[in-house]
Ligand binder design. Structure first.
Ligand code: HEM
Length: 381
């Protein structure tokens, strides 16, 4: 947590405005102010607490009059910060972005691939690019990671960055930026990424056991996320990453023909009966298990909230996806993204996704003198 000064004016009608420039410098995602303190704007409270984007603001002023300067408490993980490479590699973001973009243009499926790769990196040994290391018994070789793709995009960006500023930018930061760029390339909301991660030197297949599995109950999913400092809201929001990309039939075929709960059709009763024939046509009973199906039917290339509308309609693909809706513990959160609950509790998926991604991208980061800056992303130095 760091304190930064932010010029902010709040008038008596409760409308706030920030000095142009100071807000952008701090990398705020959502410029709307949300009141989080329990005292109304026109009441006499000496400290008013507000949320602005990914920041928590505490405004100091005399009761009823909150003009003047505000103190902004910017939530950043220890060690990572905005503009980390401003002097040492100023073009890092544009180099990563243009690399991801050129691969995306010839193969749009790299966007979901990179987003998933970043998630699998962060959940094992922290966001330290341990997923990228080649070799027997590394994370990459483990069962849950065997279908990851997009490694060539990271290698390409790394080569360009080594040419521009040798030995400076970590593979962990490249992957974090590439995940963000994948969201914005698919028309999602972008967000500022605090940087300064260093690369890990340990990558073990056996460490991947704690990755969430599509057969996990909600309780287990919540626990696995909690173990990484992420709450149920982060879980539901981040799994919303399934708004882009595909899954292979092998991961959900049991839901179509021989589900654990016995039904007349043999199918998972939470699947919309009108949707079942469509899924069965895509994944025939003894067909090719590697055939890929959109995780967000009708909108697999666009980063939007339709994934949650599909869940509401019994059109989730993975068992773990649909459970986010059938389990009351997570449904109330998912409902906020479908517009089911109006008013105060309505949340915008894009903004919340960005917020949770900043949290996820800071899991167990190595900074300062920890780890190393790899010369090539596929091997430790
Ligand atoms: C409970 C947690 C999660 C489970 C059980 C899960 C499971 C899966 C599975 C089984 C697939 C299909 C893989 C394949 O067939 O290649 C998949 C794909 C995907 N996952 Fe997740 N996932 C989870 C959370 C997340 C999170 C947090 C993100 C990102 C923030 C994410 C992003 C993706 C993306 C983008 C794809 C599509 C990959 C592609 O098209 O290549 N997932 N996930």
């Amino acid at each position: 947590m760091t304190d930064q000064k932010l010029e902010l004016e709040l008038n008596e009608a409760g409308r706030a405005s920030a000095t142009p420039g100071s807000v952008d410098d701090l990398g705020i995602l959502d410029k709307t102010l949300h009141l989080v303190s329990n005292c109304a704007l026109n009441m006499a409270c000496e400290i008013l607490q507000l949320e602005l984007g990914n920041m928590n603001l505490r405004l100091f002023g005399s009761p009823g009059k909150f003009y003047g300067q505000a103190q902004a408490h910017v939530t950043q993980a220890q060690g990572t910060r905005f503009g980390f490479y401003a002097r040492t590699c100023p073009n890092v973001e544009s180099i990563v972005r243009s690399t991801v973009q050129s691969h995306f243009q010839s193969d749009p499926t790299v966007a979901p691939a990179l987003l998933r790769m970043h998630f699998h990196d962060c959940f094992v040994q922290g966001c330290d690019a341990s997923i990228l290391i080649n070799g027997p018994n590394t994370e990459k070789s483990a069962f849950p990671n065997r279908l990851l793709r997009g490694f060539d995009v990271i290698d390409d960006a790394k080569n360009k960055l080594e040419a521009a500023c040798a030995g400076v930018v970590s593979c962990a930061d490249i992957l974090t930026l590439a995940a963000r760029d994948s969201v914005s390339l698919t028309k999602g909301v972008g967000w500022p990424v605090p940087l300064g991660r260093r690369d890990g030197t340990v990558s073990l297949a056996s460490d991947t056991d704690n990755l969430p599995a599509f057969t996990d109950s909600i309780q287990v999913q919540v626990q696995k996320f909690a173990d990484k400092g992420l709450n149920a809201q982060d879980l539901v929001t981040l799994v919303g990453g399934h708004t882009i990309g595909t899954a292979s039939c092998q991961f959900f075929i049991n839901r179509l023909y021989n589900f654990s709960t016995t039904t007349a059709t043999g199918a998972d009763p939470t699947i919309d009966p009108a949707f079942l024939p469509q899924l069965r046509a895509l994944c025939p009973q003894n067909g090719d298990g590697s055939r890929r199906v959109a995780l967000d039917t009708g909108s697999q290339n666009t980063f939007d909230d339709s994934y949650f509308k599909n869940l509401k309609n019994g059109r989730g693909i993975l068992e773990s996806d649909q459970k986010l809706w059938t389990d009351p513990a997570t449904r109330t959160i998912a409902q906020r993204y479908t517009g089911t609950i109006r008013g105060l509790f309505g949340l915008r998926f894009g903004v919340e996704f960005a917020r949770s991604m900043v949290k996820m991208s800071n899991i167990g980061v190595k900074t300062g003198s920890q780890g190393e800056i790899r010369r090539v992303c596929t091997a430790v130095n």
